[in-house]
Design a protein around this ligand. Structure first.
Ligand code: FUL
Length: 485
């Protein structure tokens, strides 16, 4: 077995070369994710915590003129309580806002006096969200990261036509934050760039804007600076290592490529840029507001299916209140969501089934691509077909009829996202089949298909047989996991 590669000789001559491929591994279909992006994707479901000056001023966007003394929590904020609450829902981590557009910093930064150092009470002055959030995450075995707003309505430098803001404020702030832990998984950079929202801007009140965020924030330099300290930290948004899914309503496209932009991505885009969906779990805003309430567990479960179940990650926002804790109603709904996820997606029926495939890639002595790899619980073994075979059927059979709700598929994305179209069918007798009507185009990192075609109602169907037909793929398909619930 051989693989074609291109080699460049010392004299600059390019020639074709044949590399050994003893295990007959499929060639990657580019682009492929970096190791950092792969680890990031595995976080799947994590929390967003919007807390800061706006929590005390009843705002969603401040203007940067807020007196530091207005930040006066009734207790020292307790990020451990936030993370424990979301862990109960099955979340694997969280991202805390440590500076929003108003510029108020929730840590003692050397870059500005507009921070907790000058807060209105001792609880405020004792606040250090990056320190306490990262410590709690490590203790709880969770991933963590920070949202630091590039747009800064407090700073007189922001958008002043020079590089002062980036050199004196923003880059040093990112550096300070990176130093809170080399193990952070994502830094979240919002895309807002000024526009007609008036700001304080160091006393030069008015509106400002910038034209090209990537150039203005010196993004390649920022990425390298953060990665030198936190190598697995994906720089989200303007950092271009993961993309915004294109809405804040908690859904991704049923077709969702990890390349390109927006809700569906683009199969033909050259860059790996998987989607992250940011959604509010409460009914008033990103920040806490009096009288707010959380969505129900069923509503949140629907969001989960339409994001995590469609090849996106889900960052679900729960705002701490003025005591620096999550309100009890949020804690309760998080527990309910955790129970619901466990009940509906916690028991895989595959261990009791026989799984076969209509086509299997030729094995080597050391490695096979059998259907058994779909069900062995090992994400590094996978089923694949031979080169040139872009369609195949995976058959699942139980000894007795089962009540089925969801099918879950995971592509081996280390070799690129490949599947373009597939179908899911069920049968009681093995001869008359019912085709699932959900749009089954892409799979990607993870795809969950509701067999009743509904993400909002929960009902099962009886079947003894299930088959998944890959109908089209960019190259031979590769899948590492199949689960049925
Ligand atoms: C937006 C911001 O402008 C909102 O205030 C919020 O932080 C949200 C997550 O991103 O673009």
């Amino acid at each position: 077995m051989a693989m074609l590669a291109v080699s460049v000789a010392a004299n600059g001559q390019i020639s074709n070369e044949t590399l050994p491929n003893p295990d007959n591994e499929p060639a990657p279909v580019h682009p492929v994710p970096s190791q950092r992006q792969l680890l990031w994707q595995e976080t799947e479901f994590y929390a967003f915590f919007h807390f800061g000056m706006n929590t005390f001023t009843n705002a969603e966007w401040g203007d940067g003129s807020e007196a530091e003394s207005r930040f006066a929590p009734t207790k020292v904020p307790n990020p451990r309580q936030w993370l424990e609450a979301v862990k109960a829902a099955g979340m694997k981590g969280g991202i805390a806002v440590v500076k929003h557009h108003d510029g108020f910093c929730l840590w003692p930064t050397a870059t500005t006096t507009h921070s907790i150092v000058n807060a209105g009470n001792q609880n405020g002055r004792d606040t250090n969200i990056p320190r306490d959030f990262s410590e709690a995450a490590r203790e709880l075995g969770m991933k963590y990261g920070f949202y630091v707003s590039p747009w800064d309505l407090n700073s007189g430098y922001w958008g002043d036509g020079t590089s002062n803001y980036v050199n004196k404020v923003f880059l040093p702030q990112c550096l300070e934050l990176a130093k809170y832990g080399s193990d952070q998984f994502e830094m979240w950079f919002d895309g807002a760039t000024g526009g007609d929202h008036a700001g304080y801007y160091g006393g030069n009140k008015g509106t400002r804007t910038i034209s090209d965020a990537s150039t203005y924030y010196d993004i390649p330099n920022l990425r390298d600076t953060v990665h030198a300290i936190a190598p697995n930290c994906v720089i989200w948004g303007v950092g271009d290592e993961a993309r915004w899914i294109g809405n804040e309503a908690g859904w991704a496209g049923e077709t969702n490529w990890s390349m390109g932009y927006g809700e569906s991505g683009n199969e033909h885009n050259w860059k790996w840029r998987a989607g992250e969906s940011d959604a509010k779990a409460t009914n008033k805003g990103w920040f806490w507001h009096s009288g707010e309430s959380p969505k129900s567990a069923s509503e949140l479960f629907k969001i989960y299916l339409e994001t995590v179940g469609r090849n996106a990650t889900l960052i679900l926002n729960f705002p701490p209140d003025q005591s620096g804790e999550l309100p009890q109603a949020d804690v309760t709904v998080l527990q309910q969501l955790g129970t619901m996820l466990q009940q509906r997606l916690g028991t895989d029926l595959i261990p009791g089934a026989t799984v076969t495939a209509s086509a299997t890639r030729t094995a080597s002595a050391a490695r096979n691509y059998d259907a058994g790899n779909l069900t062995d619980g090992d994400k590094d073994t996978y089923w694949a077909t031979n080169d040139g075979e872009h369609s195949a059927t995976i058959n699942v059979e139980w000894a007795e009829p089962q009540t089925l709700h969801y099918v879950m598929l995971m592509e081996y994305i280390k070799l690129g996202q490949r599947i373009r179209k597939f179908s899911v069918e069920t049968s009681l007798d093995g001869s008359s089949w019912t085709k699932c009507a959900t749009t089954t185009t892409t799979v990607g990192y993870k795809r969950i298909i509701p067999l009743n075609n509904s993400t909002s109602t929960y009902s099962g169907l009886q079947a003894r047989y299930l088959r998944i037909t890959i109908e089209d793929s960019r190259s031979c398909p590769t899948l590492h996991t199949l689960s049925v619930y």
